[in-house]
Design a protein around this ligand. Structure first.
Ligand code: GDD
Ligand code: MN
Length: 364
C-alpha cells in the first residue's frame, strides 16, 4: 500500500464507446495494486457523441464524483492543450497521461506509477524497448511509426532520452513540471516536457500498444507539419538543423563559384566546406540563443560557446571533406560528389553524435 496520490489525465474526443471500459478497467487495476488515492480527469473538447456526459453519469452511478471528473472545454480544441489543462486541474503527487481508446492498457498504469516512485522523475511507456511492442499493426503501419521515431531524432535532442519519444502514455512527478511553462498548442507533449526539463530522470517502461477496437484515430497528416513548426519553436536541435542546411547551401554555391573561377577541386572543396562550417556555427548560435533565455539557463558566453560549437562541428566537416575527396577520386564530378558526401555524413553526424554543441551550455 502506498500513500502517493495519482492523477490520471485522459484527453478525449468522441470516445463515448470506449470511456466506460476505460474507467472500469482503470479503477480495477488501481485498486488491485493498492493505489487507493487517485483521481481520473477526463478532458473532453465537447465531443458530439457526448463523451463527457457518459463520464459524469458513470461517476454519479458509482458515487465517484470526488474521484472521477470530466472537464468540458467548449472554446478550445487539441490533444496537447487538453493534457495541459488536465495538469493544471490535477492534485496528485504523480500525474499519468493516457489515451481513452484502450490502446494504452489501463493495467499498465500501476507499473508506470511505480517506476516514477522508485526509479525516476518521468516514466515513459514504450513500444520500442525489449518487452514492448504493438498488437495488430500491419508491417506498413509499424514501419511508419518506426520511421517517425527515427525522423524526430534530428529535430529534438530530447528524443534521445527515451526509446519512444512520440509516446502519449507517460507518468511524472507533478511538482517537477509547471504546466504554464508548456505551450498548450503543443509539440508532442511528452517531447515538450523533456525539452523544457533537461534535468528530469527518464525511465522507459515497456508495454504492448493495443489495436483500437472502437472509434477512430484523430491524428492525421497535418499533425506532422504542425510538429515540425513546433519543433522549430522550442527545440534548439531543430534550429541547428536549419543552420546546417544554410551551411550546406553556401558550401554548394561557393563550390560551384570556385570551380567556375578555375580553382582545382581539392582547394575549392576546402574553401567551400570551411565557409559552410563558419556560417553553420554562427547561425546556429544566433538561432538557438533565444531559446536558452526561455529555459532560464541564460545565454551562453559568445566566445567560449562558439569555440565549443566549432570543436563539435569540425570532425563532421573533416569527414565531409574526406568523403568528398574520395568520391571525386572515384571520378564523380565535384558538385555531385559534394552532395553525396553531405548525404552520407549527415546520418553519421546526427545519429552517431547526437549531442549537439549548444546543449552543453546547459548547466555549464
Ligand atoms: N481533448 C481532446 N482534444 N482529446 C483529443 C483530441 C482533441 O482535439 N484529439 C484526440 N484526442 C484524444 C483521443 O480521444 C484519444 O483519447 C487520444 O487523444 C489519442 O487520440 P488518437 O486519435 O487515438 O491518437 P492516435 O492513436 O492516432 O495516436 C496515439 O498514439 C501516438 C503514437 O503512435 C496518441 O497517443 C499520440 O499521442 C501518440 O503519439
Ligand atoms: Mn489512438
Amino acid at each position: 500500500m502506498t500513500e502517493a496520490s495519482v492523477s490520471i489525465i485522459v484527453p478525449t474526443f468522441n470516445e463515448a464507446d470506449n470511456i466506460i471500459e476505460l474507467l472500469e478497467r482503470l479503477e480495477k487495476s488501481l485498486r488491485e495494486t493498492y493505489f487507493r488515492n487517485y483521481e481520473i480527469i477526463v478532458v473532453d473538447d465537447n465531443s458530439p457523441d457526448g463523451t463527457c456526459r457518459v463520464v459524469r453519469e458513470y461517476a454519479r452511478d458509482h458515487k465517484a464524483e470526488d474521484r472521477i471528473r470530466c472537464i468540458l472545454r467548449t472554446n478550445e480544441r487539441g490533444l496537447s492543450s487538453a493534457v495541459v489543462e488536465g495538469m493544471r486541474r490535477s492534485r496528485g503527487d504523480i500525474v499519468v497521461v493516457m489515451d481513452a481508446d484502450l490502446q494504452h492498457p489501463p493495467e499498465d498504469v500501476p507499473r508506470l506509477v511505480m517506476a516514477v516512485l522508485e526509479e525516476g522523475d518521468i516514466a515513459v511507456a514504450t513500444r520500442y524497448a525489449r518487452g514492448g511492442g504493438v498488437e495488430g499493426w500491419s508491417r506498413v503501419r509499424l514501419l511508419m511509426s518506426r520511421l517517425g521515431t527515427i525522423l524526430v531524432k534530428p529535430l529534438s535532442s530530447a528524443s534521445w532520452r527515451t526509446t519512444d519519444p512520440l509516446s502519449g502514455f507517460f507518468a511524472f512527478k507533478r511538482n517537477l513540471v509547471d504546466p504554464d511553462r508548456l505551450r498548450p498548442r503543443g509539440f508532442k507533449i511528452l517531447l515538450e516536457i523533456l525539452e523544457r526539463y533537461p534535468q528530469l530522470r527518464v525511465v522507459d517502461v515497456p508495454y504492448i500498444f493495443r489495436g483500437r477496437k472502437r472509434g477512430e484515430s484523430k491524428l492525421g497528416l497535418n499533425a506532422i507539419t504542425g510538429f515540425i513548426v513546433q519543433a522549430l519553436e522550442i527545440s534548439p536541435t531543430a534550429r541547428l538543423r536549419v543552420a546546417g542546411l544554410a551551411g550546406f547551401i553556401l558550401n554548394l554555391a561557393l563550390l560551384a563559384l570556385a570551380l567556375g573561377e578555375g580553382l582545382n577541386r581539392v582547394v575549392a572543396g576546402l574553401l567551400s566546406i570551411s565557409s559552410g562550417l563558419i556560417l553553420t556555427g554562427i547561425l546556429g548560435y544566433a538561432l538557438t540563443r533565444p531559446l536558452y533565455r526561455v529555459r532560464n539557463v541564460g545565454p551562453c558566453r559568445v566566445g567560449s560557446t562558439l569555440a565549443r560549437v566549432y570543436v563539435r562541428l569540425i570532425p563532421g566537416a573533416l569527414t565531409l571533406y574526406v568523403l568528398y575527396l574520395i568520391l571525386s577520386a572515384l571520378r564523380l564530378p565535384p558538385l555531385p560528389a559534394m552532395v553525396v558526401a553531405e548525404l552520407l555524413s549527415f546520418p553519421v553526424n546526427v545519429y552517431l553524435r547526437p549531442d549537439t554543441p549548444l546543449l552543453s551550455c546547459i548547466g555549464g
